[in-house]
Write a protein that binds this ligand. Sequence first.
Ligand code: HEM
Ligand SMILES: [Cu+2]
Length: 544
Amino acid sequence: MASAQHSEHAREPSFYEAHKGWKSWFITLDHKRLGMMYLVGTMIFFLVGGIAALTLRTELLTPEQDLVSATTFNKLFTVHGAVMVFLVIIPSVPGALGNFLLPLMLGAKDVAFPRLNLLSFWIYSLGACFFLYTLFAGGLDTGWTFYTPYSTTTGTAMVSATAGAFILGFSSILTGVNFLVTVHKMRAPGMTWNRLPLFVWAIYSTAVIQILATPVLAITLLLLIVERTLNIGIFDPAMGGDPVLYQHFFWFYSHPAVYIMILPGFGIVSELIAVHSRKHIFGYKAIALSSVAIAIISFLVWGHHMFVSGQSELAGVVFSFLTFAVAVPTAIKVFSWVATLYKGSIAFNAAMIYALAFLFTFTIGGLTGIFLGALSVDVHLHDTYFVVAHFHYVMMGGTIIAFIGGIHHWWGKMTGRMYNEAHARWGALLVFIGFNMTFFNQFIIGQQGMPRRYATYVPQFQQQHVMSTIGAYILGLGLLWTAIYLLRSLKTGAQAPDNPWGGASLEWLTQSPPIEHNFHGQPRADTDPYNFPQIDRSGGMDAH
Ligand code: HEM
Ligand SMILES: [Cu+2]
């Protein structure tokens, strides 16, 4: 029984209680504390990016330009996009849940390189300071992609923003290195590769991309800074450079990066669906290996962002075809999740509702990606709201929804408190309705020709824009509500049991919140992490 472990030992101080004072956080080597710090950091920036988004949506209530100037609008969508991508979605799941859970799931005391882990966090914070400086220096108006030649000539705070993204890249690379080595070297006895929780497989595949792709972005941004500050023509045609080269470099990183953003979300959903339907995950190997396959194929499809940039027709055809190939491992995952649900005893609690919402929204995001990957269709849809809708369905409807679901699933483990389940269900409903109202409308007007990145538009699009803005307010309200009941639970929530959902992976073996060194003694992985029927029969799991 899980509790047997603790009946032998009196309840020990948690990792929160083990040390006190701000210094114990500042220089902590504890992966769990670093995970909580990433959680707070990324959520603060989620709020910053969210405020920018709601301002944009408010401007778009009317066809005319009334709330902000066109330049301010450009700066707002740049802040929003850059903050959401570089400060929220890339670091959120690996930084917060990855740090907190990876060693626990592996049955390890910590990550392989705890000092490097601390360094990653402080590099993240330094990069964030550069972004904040950019805001106070008047902002940037290039869009989060920093495309040349405009980025070479704009008078806005280009160097600090790109330097910020450059620095953040190192945080991402070091986290990737750390997690990769941790998975190879720190697994508990009995934890074969076939017994890794799927969240670990997802974080592992993500780490591979982080290590291989991020250096390309770093070099590209460095070249951009060199071009601007030293006037050496690299990308700017006026100085003899090639702007299409910039796009190749940028998307060689940024397409794999969208899998840095979504793979960890896949990992979360695999855990939620299996645990809350109490069924052995369907197609374990297929889900695990499709993450690796996605990581590999993601390096071969970057040209689908450049169908209309003047690359050769042959390149367009080849990239279009390769893009379809990503759909195969992705569909394997969706199929396996649905097959897991089939005949499961599904608990409709908040964590599971988020997982089901993910299945719905991510599938729409993924399928519309196939439309955009089709060469001829993309010529029409490129740079319209269809694209905005597509990537929000993937990033917000996929990763962020999975992340919020994961936070609910592991909240008790992380904080030692349970939230109010009824409040959480209402929150999930608001988020789901608000999200779909905001972004589904954008598919419609996008397909009718509404271009992205404009503060004004022709009146025929107003109805959908108004619905989209109202949806965004509902979504914002849902997120605010969620933040409130979660924070309140820290004071008033019931004490979390060690294993509230009857999970079978190792993180549930330790107390909630865990002790400083995670486990009493060395846990063993004697079965695979989805062996629920056995647990249910014996009324608990064996601690050793
Ligand atoms: C809270 C809900 C959100 C709302 C209401 C929202 C709204 C918007 C709006 C209005 C734009 C500008 C579209 C345009 O005029 O071209 C935009 C762009 C963008 N959003 Fe969001 N967004 C939300 C969440 C997110 C999240 C969670 C992410 C990623 C993690 C994200 C990533 C982006 C990116 C990358 C852009 C493109 C920026 C650019 O064009 O340079 N958004 N969003
Ligand atoms: Cu792409």
